[in-house]
Design a protein around this ligand. Structure first.
Ligand SMILES: Nc1nc2c(c(=O)[nH]1)N[C@H]1C(S)=C(S)[C@@H](COP(=O)(O)OP(=O)(O)OC[C@H]3O[C@@H](n4cnc5c(=O)[nH]c(N)nc54)[C@H](O)[C@@H]3O)O[C@H]1N2
Ligand SMILES: Nc1nc2c(c(=O)[nH]1)N[C@H]1C(S)=C(S)[C@@H](COP(=O)(O)OP(=O)(O)OC[C@H]3O[C@@H](n4cnc5c(=O)[nH]c(N)nc54)[C@H](O)[C@@H]3O)O[C@H]1N2
Ligand SMILES: [Mo]
Length: 783
């Protein structure tokens, strides 16, 4: 079991990418002993005809680089192709009470799950079962339960084919309880963009990056979380395109980048400066910052109008394509600079500088991530981005648009094929006609609702298609005990994680094939498909040998469970779908002909095929048929937990990812780009806050949530690292800090947990026996 032996902080002064990235990839291939299959698999990653990366959702180009993967994609592949196994012998050796004491990293490090298992309470162990028994018993239990009391969760990895079958299974069984990881992620995007511009997804493609003349990044950490996106960004920088970043932290990948796949750059001293302006906005200060940019833009427009020059605003576009501009402009003019500065944590000059570049650029792309969506007013903030773009006609023209950078490889596609709690978003009539299934009319449970149902006992069974629900959700210390009240817990997974160890009345662990592994059906390797962040749908093949002969595809597992649960239906041949994925694609195409017609051929086009995106062609699928300016009602992004200025002992905590994790999967304890090595038990704070709160750098503290204090929410001990972060803000790692996020503290309109701003107080603590203290570099040794 790996536990870190030494921890260190040394500011990372190199560019992102480069040799550090190459070394990190080799390390993991070695540690997972995946060198036999790993390198070949990496060569085929994200290529036409190859397999789709299991990691992020960034676009896969039609004309690929020799190696179209990044450090994190490579790690994810090695993690899956590992030769380590968590097999029956492993489970015979370890009771669950013991495994629960292991760190999360050690659980997944055991390797791939190899056979179906059921928890046996008497021996406190997972024991092997046959697939037939698993299907039969789970099916019988589901039959006996009320469908409305069951939840079918999906993590955003499952293919379009598996996702389509999963939602059909839920609806045929009788519920819309289909929460997915998107509910914790870009749901603020889906809600906000649908209302503003009539599509729930971004409008740009990779080609737009080649034509853009300015890029903005808001709350997205490209270097760690979507490194392949750095290629088009680097190309844009070579053309002299300005990049303007808003982020409380100076993220390395947004500052400098060396392409680890460019031999020249790897040997030379060259690295690309990524951001030409870097604004360390306060946590939750983006709404105010964007209003500031709009205000500065209006001031510029006043000047040009007075001088008889052309307007800074795209007046023709605004008149022809938008609605609500008058109210929006009036509101922007009303807000005072002093308030904008205070809320954004930025000077008026900084906002004006961003506006000046924006005003002289013709084709601008706004990219954003969790820094915007995971706030109480995440939806309004996304809509404010749209407002800014609309002012200069930056939607629906080449080189311009909005680019939410999604997380899981198929999180966007799952929605496209019906994974949603909202029956209004699925073609009910067609589903009735094609499959003889009546989509239940009642809205189902999304993630936060499912958690509430677990707490009040109304949710009785939980099926999980991937993911690590009990670690990913907020308020984890309250949710874990509630989980024990379930009657049934079925986890379809590749690796052992925390959600498999918290037991209820009946627990099943069903191991599946990963994206890299071949699903061989009657001698034919099955192809599957996903939709990336730019709305392109690709087919992929898998070449690797399955980790165990007993593994089944996700499609096969869904088919097995559905057959055992549902009454026979001549219009639904689950077994045929299991044997031939082309038939599932035919069903998808029949259900969604506009998007998926001729899918079988089109998904093999280089770069995939694009789903119809009316907004990208300036057709607006909204109530008035125009793009909407939606004026934010207030500037505070997190009004429900705003402690007020008098609470000087409270800081706003954001929960962040390191480049050595993929969500709840912790590859290792290093956060290379932020200079933290060997530990995740840290809280990053500003020097002045540390002093003001009477604490010391490198001191240990327990963090407590500063609202609803009658509920004890705490995490610690964490070690204080003095860091370049705005005053009043602090940062700790997800998922370790999730117990601090109250369940009710979520985006008002999308219910995305507001994981980026949690008010916390600090209390001195003593490190435990396993806590390693950070060593600072000896003075003079800092590079
Ligand atoms: N290596 C790796 N890659 C991943 C993942 C991973 O865990 N590891 N996860 C995948 C998934 S599912 C997702 S959704 C994406 C997530 O990728 P991102 O969207 O980049 O999400 P985070 O890393 O959570 O946070 C992004 C940035 O937001 C900043 N931030 C926090 N609060 C604010 C704020 O109020 N305003 C602004 N402007 N910035 C703020 C943080 O400093 C951080 O740099 O990455 C995907 N790719
Ligand atoms: N505080 C805080 N909380 C957050 C976030 C945050 O920024 N801060 N981010 C949120 C976001 S953006 C997201 S997307 C969620 C992520 O939440 P989830 O999607 O639930 O979590 P993951 O960590 O991606 O899931 C990892 C597990 O998936 C399983 N797995 C891996 N590959 C496969 C596969 O191919 N098939 C199957 N069936 N299983 C597989 C493995 O068993 C692994 O342990 O967390 C959210 N929670
Ligand atoms: Mo995500």
């Amino acid at each position: 079991m790996h536990t870190p032996s030494s921890a260190r902080y040394r500011p990372y002064t190199h560019a992102s990418g480069g040799w550090g990235s190459a070394r990190s990839v080799m390390n993991i291939l070695w540690r997972e002993q995946a060198l036999a299959q790993g390198p070949l698999a990496l060569y085929r990653q994200n290529k036409p005809g190859g397999f789709a990366c299991v990691s992020c959702a960034w676009a896969k180009p039609g004309h690929t680089h020799p190696l179209e993967f990044c450090e994190n994609g490579a790690k994810a592949t090695a993690w899956e192709l590992t030769t380590h196994r968590a097999d029956a012998a492993f489970f015979a050796q370890h009771r669950l009470s013991e495994l629960r004491s292991w760190p999360d990293q050690a659980l997944e490090q055991q390797g791939r799950l190899t056979e179906p298992l059921r928890y046996d309470a008497t021996s406190d162990r997972y024991l092997p079962v046959s697939w037939n028994e698993a299907y039969a018993v789970v099916g019988a239990k589901l039959k006996a339960l009320k469908p409305a009391s069951t939840v079918f969760y999906a993590s955003g990895r499952a293919s379009l084919e598996a996702s389509f079958m999963y939602q059909l299974f839920a609806r045929a069984y009788g519920h819309n309880n289909l929460p997915d990881s998107s509910n914790m992620c870009h749901e603020s995007t889906s809600v906000g963009l649908q209302e503003s511009i009539g599509v729930p997804v971004g409008t740009v493609t990779l080609e737009d990056f080649a034509q853009a003349d300015c890029l903005f990044f808001f709350g997205q950490n490209v270097g760690s979380n979507s490194p392949r996106l750095l290629h088009p960004v680097q190309e844009a920088r070579r053309r002299g395109v300005p990049v303007i970043t808003f982020n409380p932290l100076r993220e390395r990948g947004l500052e400098r980048f060396v392409n680890p796949q460019s031999p020249l750059e790897m040997v030379g001293p060259q690295s690309t400066v990524v951001s030409t302006q870097y604004h360390q906005v306060a946590i939750g200060g983006d709404l105010a910052a964007m209003v500031g940019i709009a205000k500065a833009l209006l001031a510029l427009d006043d000047q040009t109008s007075a001088g008889g020059q052309p307007s800074v605003l795209d007046q023709a576009f605004i008149a022809q394509h938008t609605h609500g501009v008058v109210e929006f402009i009036a509101a922007v003019r009303r807000w005072e600079w002093a308030e904008l500065e205070q809320r954004a944590g930025l000077s008026r000059a900084a906002m004006e500088a961003a506006a000046a570049v924006y005003a002289r650029s013709e084709r601008v792309i706004f990219l954003y991530g969790m820094g915007l969506t995971q706030h109480r007013h995440g939806v309004e903030t996304v809509q404010m981005l749209v407002n800014l773009l609309l002012l200069r006609g930056n939607i629906g023209k080449p080189g311009a648009g909005i680019c939410p950078v999604r997380g899981h490889s198929n999180v966007q596609g799952q929605r496209t094929v019906g994974i949603t709690e909202d029956p209004a978003k699925v073609p009910g009539e067609r589903i009735a006609e094609l499959f003889n299934i009546n989509v239940p009319e009642h809205k189902g449970l999304a993630t936060v609702d499912a958690c509430a149902g677990l707490l009040d006992g109304s949710v009785k069974a939980f099926i999980s298609l991937g993911g690590n629900f009990l670690r990913a959700i907020p308020d984890t210390s309250r949710m874990e005990p509630a989980w024990a009240n379930l009657a049934l817990n079925v986890q379809v997974a590749t690796k052992l994680n925390r959600s498999h160890l918290v037991t209820c009345a009946d627990n099943w662990l069903l191991p599946c094939l990963g994206h890299t592994e071949t699903d061989l059906q009657e001698g034919v390797a099955q192809a599957y498909s996903t939709e990336d962040s730019t709305g392109c749908i690709h087919g992929w093949n898998s070449q690797a040998r399955p980790a165990s002969e007993q593994l089944r595809s996700e499609v096969a597992i869904i088919a097995g469970l559905a057959q055992a649960t549902l009454a026979p239906n001549p219009k639904l041949d689950w077994d045929a779908w299991r044997r031939d994925a082309r038939l599932i694609r035919q069903a998808i195409a029949a259900t969604y002909p506009d998007t998926f017609h001729d899918m079988e051929q089109r998904m093999w086009q280089p770069g995939g095929f694009r789903r119809p995106l009316p907004a990208a062609e300036r057709r607006w699928n909204t109530e008035p048929g125009k793009a909407l300016f939606i004026t934010p009602k207030a500037l505070s992004e997190d009004n429900d937990v705003n402690p007020g200025r008098e609470r000087r002992d409270v800081l706003q905590l954001m929960t962040i990812r390191s480049n050595d994790q993929f969500n709840t999967t912790i590859y290792g304890y290093d956060d290379r780009f932020r200079g933290v090595k060997g530990t995740r038990k840290v809280v990053l704070m500003h020097r002045n806050d540390i002093a003001r709160l009477g604490l010391e750098p490198l001191g240990w503290v327990t963090l407590r949530t500063a609202v609803e204090t009658e509920v004890r929410r705490e995490v610690g001990p964490l070690q204080i690292l003095a860091y370049d972060i705005p005053e009043g803000c602090c940062a700790g790692y997800y998922p370790e800090c999730n117990p601090l996020v109250p369940l009710w503290h979520h985006a008002e309109r999308s219910k995305v947990p507001a994981a980026k701003s949690v008010p916390v107080t600090f209390e001195r603590a003593t490190p435990g026996p396993d806590d390693v203290s950070i060593q600072l570099p000896v003075a003079g040794q800092v590079a």
